[in-house]
Design a protein around this ligand. Structure first.
Ligand SMILES: Cc1ncc(C[n+]2csc(CCOP(=O)(O)OP(=O)(O)O)c2C)c(N)n1
Ligand code: SF4
Ligand SMILES: [Mg+2]
Length: 283
């Protein structure tokens, strides 16, 4: 761990009060605890999409890759397949993953590739000033929909369950202890894991009060049963008055894509040697 506590010294340009700050603080603590438990810092790779969320990798002094908007998932899949021993953690936005990159997300879940998706779900395109996304509520008024949207929002947890994800959870950007607990469990899960974080965007869609009055931590929930998980996932469904469960909704052991794929990889090639050759070329 570097002496700067994972800080890069980059100037932080998030708005004051943005929920991204607590995601940044939470992931720092989770990474530190993974390192204390024996994971090498250099064996963790961060991948980000494009948006306010993506700046998080500017503020973490770790191996990272800035992808294109909507293309964080295929970049992460490539990294994992090239070097399966790496822990690959993706920071994405609701626009980035549930909009532009949706087909990648569905197929990554279907494959059960061992990557962790952390979605900063602020329910707007934050960086481009508040246009509506697939998770904005019906009637949301933003720059691109001044008279309000005419669509119901997508329930990403339900979609991920149907697509084959083996770890599905929801957190909120306030309540940092629960956020850290869920993030660590998701990263340690072997297989495709999703953490949908209700991240407050103070500038374009400030849901702080609304979430604070409704969130509760799941308990006595059987996350191993598909139908139970499905019912629990639909409990909120953006219904204005329903309670919002936080925690793990679904978790299952299943062979991962990278485990299955390695049987097809040529055995006459020393992968580590080849990777080092590539690294020597660039470093
Ligand atoms: C292919 C492509 N389309 C559109 C854009 C413009 N763009 C950059 S960030 C962004 C929205 C990001 O929203 P989200 O993923 O929700 O992230 P947030 O800013 O809310 O964290 C858009 C549309 C782009 N950079 N590339
Ligand atoms: S626009 Fe919203 S998401 Fe982006 S930094 Fe500001 S508060 Fe955060
Ligand atoms: Mg967003």
């Amino acid at each position: 761990m570097n002496q700067n506590n994972l800080d890069t010294g980059c100037q932080n340009t998030w708005c004051l009060g943005c929920g991204n700050f607590s995601i940044l603080n939470a992931i720092k603590d989770v990474v530190k605890s993974l390192v204390e438990d024996g994971t090498l810092l250099e064996d963790i790779v961060l991948v980000s999409g494009i948006g306010c969320h993506g700046k998080i990798i500017d503020y973490l002094d770790m191996n990272s890759f800035y992808s294109l908007h909507g293309r964080a998932v295929p970049a992460a899949e490539g990294i994992k397949i090239a070097n399966p021993k790496l822990k690959v953690i993706v920071f994405s936005g609701d626009g980035d993953s549930y909009g532009e990159g949706l087909e990648h997300l569905i197929f990554a879940a279907k494959r059960n590739i061992d990557i962790t998706m952390i979605v900063h779900n602020n329910r707007v395109y934050g960086l481009t000033t508040g246009q509506y996304t697939p998770t904005s509520p019906f009637g949301y008024k933003g720059k691109s929909t001044p008279k309000g949207t005419h669509e119901d929002p997508l329930n990403p947890l339900e979609l991920m369950l149907a697509s084959g994800a083996t770890f599905i959870s929801r957190a909120a950007s306030h309540g940092i202890n629960l956020l850290k607990k869920i993030l660590k469990e998701a990263i340690l899960h072997k297989g495709f894991s999703l953490v949908d974080i209700l991240q407050v965007c103070v500038t374009y869609y400030n849901m702080y009060k609304y979430y604070s009055e409704r969130v509760y931590e799941l308990s006595d929930h059987d996350f191993s049963d598909y139908n139970t998980a499905s019912n629990k996932i639909r409990e909120w469904d953006y219904n204005k008055d329903a309670k919002i469960g936080l925690g793990v909704f679904y978790k299952k052991e299943k062979p991962t894509f990278d485990e299955r794929y390695k049987d097809f990889v040529r055995k006459d090639i020393d992968r580590d040697k080849e990777i080092n050759k590539i690294l020597e070329h660039y470093i």
